[in-house]
Design a protein. Structure first.
Ligand SMILES: Nc1ncnc2c1ncn2[C@@H]1O[C@H](COP(=O)(O)OP(=O)(O)OP(=O)(O)O)[C@@H](O)[C@H]1O
Ligand SMILES: [Mg+2]
Length: 575
């Protein structure tokens, strides 16, 4: 029986043999092979044309993930720009639904996917067993399948680029492919695809500078495309480690307000399911550029697949993930902790009361009600401030003849310039028109807008403390508030400042202390993770068995976390 991936390749090649005629019709020269006829039959069958039961499944899922390994296909349209009608004619996609019929992955092991604005991370946690008296933590090396180990072995670049021939590229390849085409600044890659998760923009058409084709796409399509790449890279890593493709997965997301948070979690859950199907469907080609029109058509088909999604677990907010990494659940703990995760797109805050009694093995660990907040000012905000400052210093305004070129070319390298500025204390920026602008960290930090970013962070923290149940402040152990700083922005001066000095909350003063930058329990078992920890804390904590509960109406009484009688369930059991 022919495999669906084999049929898909055969049909794609068959379509490629069609020669356009002057009158607009197509001519298929030569004979049609037996295999090609089989492939046509399979496609017809999949579409319900041979008496198969109708339904959303396009093919019967086969338990074997893939049988043949194919060479990457050559570029679809090497000479001509993409015409949508032409692209659509090449839509020979058949979904690979094999993930739906795999035996359930064994319990006791799960991943947490942290889809980041700049970099994505995935950590696998295997629970403690009778044979192994500790939980096993493995940060996936997504950089290997992503072919970007020189950038990072563990963090996958979250960029998407549609090239001038209408092919989709991801990660480091998106960056590479965009460089020559984007030299004049008119072509841009999407470096912040996650930001469109917030409702504004999710269903908007992708802007022209990102999409040179006539294929209509929304930002949801681009998020799904990136999640497909991320899922594919994760699958490759899991496969190398001997684990199943349908492993249980949680996913991290920023802090949004109530209803929006639920909607986003639902949307992400569905997209991660479709991403698994699309990752399987494009498994052999995703690293070599896939045709946008073909991806979009496949995504439409994946959107119609109606099946129970067993392997996608729940959402965890980003600070909740971090908090989950702080406790060992074995040694004593008693603290009030503010988690601040400063990434590229958002700065996420949340307050936790973490306690563990070593003697009784009882844990009381809660996320304090009403304490989760997200600011849309983070690393990217500093990038934008640097961009404005550089342009102002160079005297370049929107009336400049080369405005689009200068702006666009600067945009493509902005994140690198900003990081160099903070790492080295200065940066030298070369503009499209040949000008070079020098910026020192001192003058950048002195800018009013940078100062107001620092103030927003501080205000957010104060507002949270002022709005939570006063018992948490009154019961802060030793009058101290520990501040755990994570994310790529953890070392920024205005972020480190959040853990310095004191803070006054409704007349009570809390002393701020910086939580250790690497939890002690991990330094014994996983010393190698120290440098990486601030970047992977979300996915690491999010994948552990115990997820810290939301506080509900929990209060502190006599220095201890106490739930009203009806809410006993918040205690996390010692075992
Ligand atoms: N040395 C550095 N100095 C300043 N900023 C840095 C440095 N290293 C990384 N960053 C910034 O950190 C951000 C990336 O951090 P991180 O990986 O935590 O973000 P993310 O998870 O992709 O984003 P988000 O959580 O907002 O979706 C980028 O803005 C990057 O420029
Ligand atoms: Mg992040």
């Amino acid at each position: 029986m022919m495999d669906t991936s084999e049929a898909r390749i055969l049909l794609k090649n068959l379509l490629k043999r069609v020669r356009p005629q002057e009158d607009g019709s197509g001519l298929l020269p030569g004979t049609i092979t037996e295999d090609e006829i089989d492939a046509l039959r399979l496609a017809l069958q999949a579409l319900g044309g041979l008496g198969e039961p109708p339904g959303p499944r396009l093919v019967e899922p086969s338990p074997k993930p893939r049988v043949i390994d194919v060479e990457p296909l050559p570029a679809e349209f090497p000479d001509t720009p993409v015409e949508p009608s032409m692209s659509r004619a090449h839509e020979a996609q058949v979904l690979d639904l094999s993930c739906l019929s795999l035996p359930a992955a064994p319990s006791g092991r799960r991943v947490c996917i942290d889809f980041g604005t700049a970099m994505s991370k995935v950590t696998l946690v295997s629970d403690e067993t009778a044979d192994r008296p500790y939980e096993e933590i493995e940060v996936l090396k997504l950089g290997r399948p992503g072919d970007q180990e020189e950038i990072s072995e563990e963090m996958l670049v979250s960029s998407v680029y549609i090239d001038n021939e209408g092919r989709l590229w991801f990660g480091a390849q998106a960056v590479q492919r965009s460089q020559p085409e984007g030299l004049d600044g008119k072509r841009q890659r999407i470096d912040n695809v996650k930001r469109y998760l917030s409702e504004e923009g999710f269903t908007d058409q992708v802007a022209r500078q990102f999409n040179p084709t006539k294929v209509a796409i929304t930002y949801r399509d681009m998020i799904l495309a990136y999640l497909t790449f991320l899922t594919w890279a994760m699958n490759r890593c899991l496969d190398d480690m001997g684990y199943e493709r349908n492993i249980l997965r949680r996913f991290a997301m920023p802090c949004f307000d109530g209803a929006k948070s639920r909607r986003t979690a639902q949307a992400l859950k569905r997209m991660l399911f479709e991403a698994q199907i699309l990752a399987d469907t494009f498994a052999t080609r995703i690293a070599h550029g896939i045709e946008l029109a073909e991806f979009v058509a496949s995504a439409v088909a994946a959107g119609k697949v109606d099946a129970a999604v067993g392997f996608i677990d729940k959402a965890v907010t980003e600070p909740l993930g971090v908090a989950g990494s702080l406790l060992s659940w074995k040694t004593a703990a008693n603290s009030l902790v503010m988690v601040v995760d400063v990434g590229a797109g958002t700065s996420d805050f949340s307050l936790f009361r973490l306690g563990f009694n070593e003697a009784t093995e009882k844990a009381a660990a809660v996320e304090v009600e009403n304490s989760a907040r997200g600011l849309t000012e983070a690393g990217n905000h500093l990038d934008n401030l640097l961009k404005s400052f550089v342009l102002r210093k160079a005297g370049v305004e929107s009336s400049h003849d080369l405005w689009i070129n200068i702006l666009g070319a600067l945009q493509l390298n902005l994140r690198d310039y900003k990081e160099a500025l903070f790492n080295d204390g200065f940066v030298s920026v070369s503009l499209f028109n040949g000008d070079v602008v020098e910026v020192t960290l001192e003058e950048f930090l002195a800018l009013d807008q940078v100062a107001s970013f620092s103030a927003s962070l501080r205000t957010c923290m104060k507002e949270i403390l002022a709005s939570v149940d006063a018992s948490f402040i009154a019961g802060a152990p030793n009058g101290r508030l520990a501040v755990a700083l994570t994310g790529g922005g953890a070392a920024l001066p205005m972020v480190r400042d959040l853990a310095e000095g004191e803070v006054e909350v409704n007349g009570k003063t809390l002393r701020l202390v910086r939580a250790t930058s690497f939890p002690a329990w991990m330094s014994e078992t996983y010393p190698d993770l120290e440098d990486l920890y601030p970047r992977v804390a979300v996915s690491l904590g999010g994948a552990r068995k115990r997820v810290i509960d939301h506080g509900g109406s929990v209060r502190i009484t006599a220095g201890d976390v106490k739930a009203p009688p009806k809410l006993e369930g918040y205690y996390v059991k010692g075992h």
